[in-house]
Write a new protein. Sequence first.
Length: 393
Amino acid sequence: MRNRSGPPVSGDDFAFRERELRFAEQALLDGNSILLFGLRRIGKTSLLQELKRRLEADGRAWCCLVDVQDKESASEFFLELLDALPATAGQALGKWIGKARTLPNSLWSTLQKRVRKGSFGGAGIELDKDILDYWKPLADAVEKTVPGLDRPVVLLIDELPFFIENLHARGEDTALVKQVLATLRSWRHAGVPMALAGSISIDQLLEDLGVSNLVLNDVSRLELHPLPREEAREMLRRLATAKDLAGWDDTTIDAVLDRLDDWFPFFLQCAFHHLQHEEPGDGFRLEEIFARHIEPDLQRSFFAQFDDRLTRRFPEKERKAAEQVLNLMARGEPPSLAIGQIKKIASPHVVDLTGLVRRLEVQQFIRPVAGKPGHYEFPFRLVRRWRQARGGA
Ligand SMILES: Nc1ncnc2c1ncn2[C@@H]1O[C@H](COP(=O)(O)OP(=O)(O)OP(=O)(O)O)[C@@H](O)[C@H]1O
Ligand SMILES: [Mg+2]
């Protein structure tokens, strides 16, 4: 296993997540769909890549993995999906379109050329209009042909909420957002299972745009948590072994784990990246390297993300209340709050308590304490550290 703390990983570089992989594989092969949302850097894209690798390795499915973060229009989005389909799907689509005569042949041949060249960055005004005008017959063609192919086709769509935000930012009507999501839903029902992933909550986004989440009520949710200690240990062991670092015994590994806030693979990769040149033993400069390099690195990756979530995803009034709730929670020992305490903070701000708690939960700033109804805590230790750095000390 290589030390990779940048791009998404798969194959030999991908570790664990066996439960999540099996859950996703089973769901998709049964024709069901899943949602995978969570903070940045926790391994969503890696999981999609590994899913694709596993499902295709033994021919169980054909996976179309697309990242739609930069797609600016509904037609670019559509073309990206078409391009990711296997060649057999292209042939079946062409045949169906020829027979159904529901859209001009010239449009289909233009689409095919574009798709084959992979040159649809900026689909072009004419094509844009054509695809929107013929959206329904095009979507129908996919629905009528793709589920009947000799191998199941699975769509893995990464960063879907960003694409929806792009549409909104361009001033598109929410009707278009609904149309895109309704098409995906209709494909799912016709037998095209999919995994939809992203780093911002799609539920909140749809709610804020006034789009009913009925378009998503047929999918089950998958969450990525930090690794359990034994797996975190094993991952560091593997990284050290790959670099022939004999000095990395269990004592060293435990010392590293104890200093890390959360054990997401990315955190482990990041710590190892900075520590691999040090010689474990008496002179192991663990404290110093954590303070000088590892913590600042992780904080750079995550604190800006948390700040951004708080400023962009909360309406002004709720934001003030949210900050106070998080600050009070950060000061607590243990760092948790009862709903009554949250209510006390919320009422002077005249915000709706249920709405505030839900938004805090959806944005992954708090979660219910297991087995203690009416109590909330931070989902990750890094969130508390962030709040402390922002005045909740
Ligand atoms: N299962 C894993 N095994 C090993 N490393 C992993 C694993 N999952 C994630 N990583 C590490 O975490 C980093 C981030 O992973 P990835 O890009 O998949 O996250 P992401 O959730 O898609 O992030 P973003 O929201 O920024 O797109 C990778 O570069 C890799 O170092
Ligand atoms: Mg990603």
